[in-house]
Design a protein around this ligand. Structure first.
Ligand code: AP5
Length: 220
């Protein structure tokens, strides 16, 4: 099944996507991760995107639609794609509809993580990740079992994102409200949106998501 995880910055999209990859063998398609890889590689896309991302604004639609289109051509998406951070505008949602139809793929659900925005700055400024495997952690809410050692790969080096500061988070939230939140209607009209309480503990959020996926599999 292919799903979209929808929610503002810090809602927990990446955290839940990583778990679905680990436990259900799905494939995470994070446009944020893809753009950060392009920035790190110094590619033309990365050079175009870097300043926009650092300012907390959205990268132009043609850039991200191109990235997702190329990614959907890879065979592993047959295992079930998790769209994490895409689509983010109505133009991107329209493009995704066309891409999925062209490739004979179907969208099973749009899982909207609902959160208290006062918590988001705290969540994002406390976030870090393993520099080796990318596993996500938080200073308070999700620490490695052994201090300074990644639970997944044993790596001992961690990194923080340059856009994870309070000012940029506020800019990202403004972009979310202006351009991304309206796409819930795009999918709501088709009965695809399911709200999940993103303020629950990480395990409880995951349980809610899995329940929705299992219901959708049974009913399809
Ligand atoms: P992107 O990388 O997509 O960032 P984002 O949407 O701002 O989302 P985040 O990654 O910040 O949050 P998340 O929801 O994944 O939260 P997480 O699980 O990490 O985009 C970055 C930039 O790239 C954009 O600003 C834009 O410039 C560009 N971009 C990307 N896609 C684009 C597109 N389609 N179009 C145009 N531009 C695009 O959780 C956050 C923290 O909270 C973690 O530390 C986690 O451990 C903790 N946490 C998670 N869940 C819980 C919980 N239930 N309780 C307590 N703590 C929790």
């Amino acid at each position: 099944m292919n799903i979209i995880l929808l929610g503002p910055p810090g809602a927990g999209k990446g955290t839940q996507a990583q778990r679905l990859v680990a436990e259900r063998g799905m494939v995470q398609l994070s446009t944020g991760d893809m753009l950060r890889a392009a920035v790190a590689a110094g590619s033309p896309v990365g050079l175009r995107a870097k300043a926009i991302m650092d300012a907390g604004q959205l990268v132009p639609d043609d850039v991200v639609i191109g990235i997702i289109s190329d990614r959907l051509d890879q065979p592993d998406v047959a295992k079930g794609a998790i769209f994490d951070g895409f689509p983010r505008t109505t133009a991107q949602a329209d493009a995704l509809d066309s891409l999925l139809a062209d490739k004979g793929l179907r969208l099973g659900a749009v899982i909207a993580l609902t959160v208290d925005e006062d918590a988001l700055v705290d969540r994002i400024t406390g976030r870090y990740a393993c520099a080796t495997c990318g596993e996500g952690y938080h200073d308070r809410y999700k620490q490695p079992k052994q201090d300074g050692v990644c639970d997944i790969c044993g790596g001992t080096t961690f990194k923080r994102r340059p856009d994870d500061n309070a000012d940029t988070v506020r800019a990202r939230l403004a972009e979310y409200h202006a351009k991304t939140a309206p796409i819930a209607d795009h999918y709501g009209q088709r009965g695809l949106v399911r709200n999940v309480d993103g303020m629950a503990e990480i395990d409880a959020v995951y349980s809610q998501i899995v329940m929705i996926l299992d219901e959708r599999v049974t009913s399809s």
